[in-house]
Design a protein around this ligand. Structure first.
Ligand code: ADP
Ligand code: MG
Length: 629
C-alpha cells in the first residue's frame, strides 16, 4: 500500500466511525449539521477540490464533478427538509462519498497489484554481475561493467549483460525472453543474451555490450514505454467521457426541472421538487463512467503483459489494437521465413584457389551483419584479421565493396557487378549466388543456400486459419530461389530481386487505408519497410538493434509461429475491451432508467457503480492469459 492509499483508508475508517456514532448521539439542529459536515469534509474534501480544479481548468465534466454535485445536492435537500420542520437526511451524501472512496481504494489497489504482477512475470532485470578480480569474485552493479570485461555467471543466476562464452557450457532458460520453455544448450563461443537464466554449469562470459545496450535493458525500456502509447479504444474512452458527462449533467438538470414544471403547468398537481431533484442526483451518481475509465487501460496493459510472457513484445496498446485487424501480411524472406544461415554449396569459375576466394569474401564481409555475411565468415572458419581490411562499403540489397591487402574486392549479386560493369558468368545451380570480383576482374562465384525454418510451414497455415486473406513474400534474392520458397510454403504471391527501396514501394502500393498491412522482417535491410507498414513485426530481437528500434512488435525468438499467436492475443484482448464497454454501458443505461423513474436510490447507484467496475477489472485480467501456443 502506498502513502496515498493508506491515507484514503484512514479517512474511510474515521468517516465510517463518525457516521455510526452520529446515528446514536442525541444531537439536533446546528450542532448536528456541523457534526455531519465535518464527516462529509473528511471523506469528500479531495473530490470537491478536484471538481473545483476541473472548473478552474475549464475541464469541469469529470466524475469528481458528478460526485460533488450529487452529494452537495443531497445536503441541500436535507437542509430544505430541515427548513420545513422535518429532520434532514445528511447520511446519504456522506454514505455516497464513502462508497465512492471505498471503490476508488479497491480500484487503485487492484490496478497497482496487477501492474506489479505483470511486471513480476517479466522479471528479467538482473541485479548484479560477478566479476573476478585478483582471484576473488566480487558483485558489482551491471551498469559498472564495461564492454569486453569478463563476468562469471553461476548456476541459477541471471545473465546480466550480453556477451560471448569464453569458458564453460550450460543450458539456458530463456522463457522470460522468448516464451520458449525448452532450455537452450550453450557452449564455448556461443553468444548469450542478458535476461536468460543459467541453469547448470559455471559460465565465463566476455561482455560484448554495455548493460544499457544489452537485450534486457532494451526490453525493459520497451515495456515501460508501451503503456504510454494509447490505443484508439482508450482514446475513445477519454473522448467519450468528455461528451458523455455534459450530456448526463444536462439530462439530470432536465430531470430535476422539467417534470415538476409539467406537473404545475399542465397537470395542476403539486410540483414535488424534492422528489425530482433527488432522482436527478441519483441519476448523476449512476452515470459515473469510472468502470470504463479504469478497466480499459487495464485490459490493454494485461494484453501487453500476456503477449510479453509469450515472447512477443508489443510497443503500445495502439499496436495491439492494429494487430487485431490485420488483413494482409507481407513477409521478408531471408532470416524471416528462412533460417538466414547460408551454407556454401559450390564454388564455380574461380580464377583463384577456392579457399582464397572464400577468404576474400569473408574479409570483405567482416563488418556486415547480413545473414549472408555471417555465413561467409563462418565458412572461412579461421579468425578474421581485420587489419587487412579497409574502406568497407556495404550497398544495401546488393553486397559489399572493400579493400583487402591493396586489392579491391567486390562481393555481391549480379546487380552489384552490373554497377561496376563487370561481366558475370551465370550460374545454373539453385541457390543464392555471390559473385566476386578482384580489382574489377571477375573471379568466380560462391553458391550458397538457405533452408526454410521448420516452423514457417505451420506459421503460414495458422495465419490462413486466422482469416488473413493475403500473404505475400518480398525478397532481394533471385526469382528462382523466391519461387521455390513460396511454392513450398504455399504463399500465394511473391516479388523478387527487390532492393530495400523497392520493398518500401511495394508495401506502399499495398497500403490503401482500408486493409491493415503488417510487414514481418528480420530488421536487416528492411528497417524502412518495418516503419512504413501499418504494423512492423521484427524477427531477430536476439541480434539486431535496428529491428527493435523500427518495429512495432518484436518477436523475441525469431519464430514465425509467434505472428499468429500475437494476432490471437490481440483479438482476445480487444474482445475483452469490447465486453467491458458493452457490459458497463448496459448496466449504466439500465440503472439510469431505474434512477429516472425513481426505483433506484443513491445507495444502490453507488453499489452498482462499484460492482460494475470490479467485474470489469476482473474481466480485464483474462487478457493476461490470452496466449495459446
Ligand atoms: P532479403 O530480401 O531476402 O532479406 P536482402 O534485401 O537482404 O534479401 O538482400 C538481397 C540480395 O542482395 C541478397 O540475396 C544478396 O544477393 C545481396 N546482398 C545483400 N547484402 C549482401 C552482402 N552483405 N553480401 C553479399 N550479398 C549481399
Ligand atoms: Mg532481409
Amino acid at each position: 500500500m502506498n502513502k496515498k492509499q493508506k491515507k484514503t483508508l484512514i479517512r474511510i475508517i474515521i468517516a465510517a466511525i463518525l457516521l455510526i456514532a452520529l446515528h446514536f448521539l442525541p444531537t439536533g439542529g446546528l450542532i448536528r449539521f456541523i457534526a455531519y459536515m465535518i464527516t462529509y469534509y473528511i471523506i469528500g474534501n479531495d473530490i470537491i477540490r478536484k471538481a473545483i480544479n476541473g472548473i478552474k481548468n475549464h475541464k469541469p465534466f469529470d466524475e469528481s464533478l458528478l460526485m460533488a454535485v450529487a452529494t452537495l445536492g443531497a445536503i441541500a435537500l436535507a437542509l430544505y427538509q430541515e427548513a420545513h420542520g422535518l429532520t434532514g437526511d445528511y447520511v446519504e451524501a456522506i454514505a455516497v462519498m464513502l462508497f465512492y472512496q471505498i471503490g476508488e481504494f479497491f480500484q487503485s489497489a487492484a490496478v497497482a497489484k496487477s501492474r506489479k504482477n505483470i511486471s513480476e512475470l517479466m522479471d528479467i532485470r538482473p541485479d548484479y554481475a560477478n566479476i573476478e578480480t585478483a582471484g576473488e569474485i566480487k558483485q558489482v552493479s551491471p551498469e559498472e561493467v564495461s564492454v569486453g570485461s569478463v563476468i562469471l555467471v553461476k548456476a541459477g543466476e541471471k545473465i546480466p549483460i550480453d556477451g560471448i562464452i569464453i569458458e564453460g557450457k550450460s543450458s539456458l532458460n530463456t522463457v522470460a525472453l522468448t516464451g520458449e520453455s525448452v532450455p537452450r544448450a550453450v557452449q564455448l563461443n556461443d553468444e548469450v543474451i542478458s535476461g536468460s537464466i543459467n541453469l547448470s554449469g559455471l559460465l565465463k562470459i566476455k561482455t560484448t555490450k554495455n548493460f544499457g545496450d544489452s537485450t534486457v535493458s532494451k526490453i525493459l525500456e520497451l515495456v515501460e514505454n508501451a503503456s504510454s502509447r494509447k490505443s484508439k479504444s482508450e482514446d475513445f474512452i477519454s473522448k467519450f467521457a468528455r461528451v458523455y458527462t455534459p450530456i448526463v449533467v444536462f439530462s439530470a438538470l432536465a430531470l430535476a426541472i422539467l417534470p415538476p414544471l409539467i406537473r404545475i403547468l399542465f397537470l395542476n398537481s403539486p410540483a414535488l421538487w424534492s422528489v425530482w431533484i433527488y432522482r436527478a442526483l441519483t441519476f448523476l451518481v449512476i452515470s459515473c463512467p469510472c468502470a470504463l475509465v479504469v478497466s480499459i487501460p487495464l485490459s490493454f496493459f494485461a494484453g501487453l503483459g500476456g503477449a510479453s510472457r509469450a515472447g512477443i513484445l508489443i510497443k503500445g496498446s495502439n499496436y495491439l489494437e492494429t494487430l487485431s485487424k490485420v488483413k494482409t501480411i507481407v513477409f521478408d524472406k531471408t532470416g524471416t521465413l528462412t533460417e538466414g544461415e547460408f551454407k556454401v554449396n559450390a564454388i564455380h569459375h574461380n580464377v583463384i584457389d577456392e579457399e582464397k576466394l572464400i577468404e576474400y569474401a569473408a574479409l570483405a564481409e567482416s563488418a556486415s551483419t547480413h545473414p549472408i555475411a555471417i555465413s561467409l565468415r563462418k565458412a572461412y572458419k579461421k579468425e578474421i584479421d581485420r587489419t587487412r581490411v579497409s574502406d568497407i562499403q556495404e550497398i544495401s540489397g546488393n553486397g559489399v565493396v572493400a579493400k583487402i591487402d591493396d586489392l579491391e574486392i567486390i562481393a555481391g549479386n549480379e546487380k552489384l557487378m552490373a554497377k561496376f560493369n563487370i561481366d558475370t558468368i551465370a550460374c545454373h545451380s539453385a541457390g543464392t549466388i555471390i559473385h566476386i570480383a578482384i580489382n574489377r576482374q571477375y573471379a568466380g562465384h560462391i553458391v550458397i543456400s538457405d533452408v526454410i525454418k521448420p516452423d514457417s510451414f505451420k506459421a503460414i497455415e495458422n495465419l490462413k486459419k486466422l482469416n488473413i486473406k493475403n500473404i505475400i513474400m518480398l525478397t532481394g534474392d533471385l526469382k528462382k530461389v523466391a519461387q521455390s520458397v513460396a511454392e513450398k510454403l504455399k504463399i500465394d504471391k511473391f516479388y523478387s530481386e527487390l532492393l530495400p527501396s523497392d520493398k518500401v514501394e511495394k508495401v506502399e502500393e499495398l497500403i490503401d487505408g482500408k486493409n491493415i498491412i503488417a510487414f514481418v522482417g528480420d530488421g536487416i535491410n528492411d528497417a524502412p519497410v518495418l516503419s512504413r507498414a501499418d504494423i512492423g513485426i521484427a524477427m531477430g530481437a536476439m541480434g539486431s538493434d535496428a529491428a527493435i528500434e523500427a518495429a512495432d512488435v518484436v518477436l523475441m525468438d525469431d519464430n514465425p509461429l509467434k505472428i499468429a499467436t500475437a494476432i490471437k492475443i490481440s483479438k482476445k484482448c480487444l474482445s475483452i475491451v469490447k465486453q467491458n464497454i458493452w457490459f458497463a454501458l448496459g448496466i449504466k443505461a439500465l440503472c439510469l432508467i431505474l434512477g429516472a423513474v425513481g426505483i433506484a436510490n443513491m445507495w444502490l447507484a453507488v453499489f452498482a457503480d462499484v460492482g460494475v467496475m470490479i467485474i470489469c477489472i476482473l474481466n480485464s485480467f483474462r487478457a493476461l492469459f490470452a496466449s495459446t501456443k
